[in-house]
Design a protein around this ligand. Structure first.
Ligand code: NAD
Length: 488
């Protein structure tokens, strides 16, 4: 039996003050793990969003005046603070988001590393002196945008915001951040880390709530760039509201994992299972479709079933748990509908396929393996974003590439083969932003450019390492006439 967790108030943070939402609105935060109310979150209104944007604008000039070395030092202090608070942050992340404690610890370490990386990259950012006519000198500066609107999802509620926050602060921007409603509490904890590390007043403004404050901070003339990670549907709305502002969109994926006949199947199967079941499959880059020929099909299927049967579904804070509950009912409903659709179109559920019984909430979903999924199925055409391994049979490599590219999304892919020429050729032909060869789809080194393929629905631009620093800055060209007006 679980002990009751006391519900705590979670406020907005505007202009250096924690405060309630205007009109005193709040919503209950319910743990997906226990069903208990764990917080009362101030529900930000349009007025609150405007106040946050105004506060950020009051702070932007002083933040931009910090030297690059001061900003790098600040980012290192933030990393230190996050790590120092890890033991407290990780269980709170698990309880609110649903992921097992070891995954929460990994996420917090990853977030700290992002601040360290931003410090390193900004310290090495060079600008240029350009070729110019006689008597002229032209050089470039990289300067902050000003106020960046940051909107983030719930699947990595510490890691993903840290991608934007680290690059924003390293480059001298200030931020208005709206996290996903279901992970508001851990967002407030991250803000506490920023403050403890000495972030200048007004440089971070936190607005809780949903679409209304979100749209306000995106559309406001007081924000100067937008960083958004979330679904493709919301991303399209964000693009409309952002107008001509610099926009970074990191959206949904439906990643193919192609296992060629010559692959080391043992490694391919375990890597694929990691790609399907880590974070209960709630990863934009997860293995959403497993493409195999009939020649290796049986072996891959058996291996996936055996990996799924070893997943220990349970309370995220219990020792040994390897998969927790889904974060919210919308994900579980989508799992239900994709499995039903696949079966209606001729597929067979060979493992799992339903919500787990006897758990404190109905968000615990069995790890699921579905076989002979048809190409018309939703699981092949759309992102599922849950713990599912849909196996699709292809004729050969050409067919695998065609199925992989037939989707309207194009974020990440994984390819398993022992033929490096094939790996190289397939990598070049896949329409996505990242290809992992002989590596799980879930792997990402945060210094690597990461984002969606142009023209597909997975986003625009790249996060990661120097790419994030570039996005958070704008180039100014300065022309000097150095001729002496009195000279010849
Ligand atoms: P979502 O689009 O529902 O919400 C994302 C954020 O936008 C939240 O903060 C939400 O409150 C806010 N929002 C919702 N409607 C809005 C509106 N009209 N205007 C402004 N803001 C609005 O996404 P989600 O369900 O939180 O996250 C899951 C999605 O995120 C999946 O599709 C996943 O693939 C994607 N994702 C992508 C990446 C990536 O790097 N490409 C990483 C993680 C998650």
């Amino acid at each position: 039996m679980e002990t009751a967790v006391e519900s705590r108030p979670v406020r907005l943070f505007i202009g250096g003050q924690w405060r309630d939402a205007s009109y005193g609105k709040a919503f209950e935060q319910v743990s997906p793990a226990t069903g208990q109310v764990i917080g009362a979150v101030s529900d930000g209104t349009r007025e609150d969003a405007r106040a946050a944007v105004d506060a950020a604008n009051r702070a932007r000039h002083s933040s931009a005046r910090l030297s690059i070395l001061e900003r790098a030092a600040l980012c290192h202090r933030i990393a230190d603070t996050i790590l120092a608070r890890q033991a407290r942050l990780a269980p709170e992340l698990s309880l609110e988001q649903g992921k097992p404690l070891p995954e929460a610890i990994d996420e917090i370490n990853f977030a700290a590393q992002l601040f360290r990386d931003a410090a390193e990259y900004i310290s090495k950012l060079e600008t240029s002196l350009l070729p110019a006519a006689a008597g002229k000198r032209i050089f470039t500066l990289r300067q902050p945008h000003g106020v960046v609107a940051v909107l983030t999802p719930w699947n990595y509620p510490v890691g993903i915001p840290s991608e934007y926050l680290s690059a924003s602060f390293a480059t001298g921007n200030v931020v208005v951040w709206k996290p996903a409603p279901t992970t508001s509490m851990i967002a407030a904890r991250l803000v506490e880390c920023l403050l403890e590390a000495g972030l200048p007043e007004g440089a971070i403004n936190l607005i809780h709530g949903g679409a209304v404050p979100g749209e306000e901070i995106v559309a406001s003339s007081g924000t100067h760039a937008v960083g958004f990670t979330g679904s493709t549907a919301t991303g399209s709305l964000i693009a409309k509201h952002a107008g001509a502002k610099p926009l970074l969109l990191e959206l949904g994926g439906n990643g193919p994992t192609i296992i060629l006949d010559d692959a080391n199947l043992e490694a391919a199967i375990s890597g694929t299972a990691i790609g399907c079941f880590t974070n209960a499959g709630q990863i934009c880059q997860s293995s959403e479709r497993i493409l195999v020929t009939e020649r290796v099909h049986d072996q891959v299927l058996d291996g996936l079933v055996s990996n799924a049967s070893r997943v220990k579904l349970g309370h995220p804070l219990h020792e040994g748990t390897t998969m927790g509950p889904l974060n919210n009912p919308g994900v579980a409903i989508k799992m239900d509908s994709h499995i039903r659709d696949a079966v209606d179109r001729g597929a067979g559920v060979v493992f799992g396929g339903a919500r787990a019984k006897g758990q404190p909430t109905d968000l615990y979903y069995q790890p699921t393996v579905v076989d002979h999924v048809s190409r018309e199925s939703l699981a092949n055409r759309e992102e599922t974003f849950g713990p599912i391994a849909p196996v699709i049979v292809v004729r050969d490599v050409e067919d695998a590439i065609a199925v992989a590219n037939s989707c309207t999304l194009g974020l990440c892919a994984s390819v398993y083969t022992s033929d490096m020429n094939a790996a190289f050729n397939i990598s070049e032909r896949l329409e996505c932003g990242v290809v992992n060869v002989n590596e799980s789809a879930a792997y990402w080194d945060g210094r690597t450019p990461f984002g969606g393929w142009s023209g597909k629905g997975s986003g625009v631009g790249r996060v990661g390492g120097m790419e994030s620093i570039r996005f958070m800055t704008q180039i100014k060209s300065v022309v000097l006439d150095i001729r002496d007006p009195d000279g010849d």
